[in-house]
Design a protein around this ligand. Structure first.
Ligand code: HEC
Length: 148
């Protein structure tokens, strides 16, 4: 009797696993697509900042920098454990060094905020250029460690 119960319980567990697995897999695919979309926006915003610094459109610089900062804040939550099935370019190192990954996201947020602040403080072109450079470095620093 006990054996039958164990088998039944195990089978029920298996059914649940089989039913929930595809749904979970789909969620991960959607999540990867969504965060890749956010990173594509990051790239657009970086290009927009570069162009806007050239043309002197400070409002556009600030807006794009703030959008980058907002995404940097959300970023860690977009990387639940082992959420890197193909075509994700996220490395396993993200979860092997979770604190390091979060730190890189926070550095990126701070760099973007510092650029937005510089616009607000009407900083000179040199300062803006330096802060934009630092922002770009903070993207690269994370990619070097955590992106394929
Ligand atoms: C804290 C880490 C981190 C920071 C900071 C970061 N990225 Fe990324 N980025 C990633 C990871 C990880 C991926 C791969 C995501 C995936 O494919 O699942 C990625 C992917 C990308 C992609 C490819 C998106 C696609 O088409 O699939 C671009 C473009 C990109 N990042 C640009 C940027 C820019 C620009 C910045 C800075 C403004 C930035 N990233 C900051 C970690 C980071």
């Amino acid at each position: 009797m006990k054996t039958i119960q164990v088998v039944v319980t195990a089978l029920m567990g298996l059914t649940v696993a089989l039913v929930t697995l595809p749904a979970a897999a789909m969620d991960v695919d959607a999540l990867v697509q969504k965060r890749q979309q956010a990173f594509k926006q990051n790239k657009k915003d970086a290009q927009r900042i570069k162009a806007a610094l050239g043309s002197g459109d400070m409002q556009a610089v600030r807006e794009a920098a703030l959008r980058i900062a907002a995404w940097a804040k959300e970023m860690p939550a977009a990387f639940p454990p082992d959420s890197n099935p193909p075509p994700s370019d996220a490395r396993d190192d993200i979860w092997l060094n979770w604190e390091g990954f979060k730190q890189k996201a926070e550095e990126n947020r701070k760099a973007a905020q510092a650029l937005a602040d510089a616009v607000e403080q009407k900083a000179g072109a040199d300062t803006l250029k330096v802060r934009f450079g630092a922002l770009g470095q903070s993207c690269k620093a994370c990619h070097d460690s955590f992106k394929n």
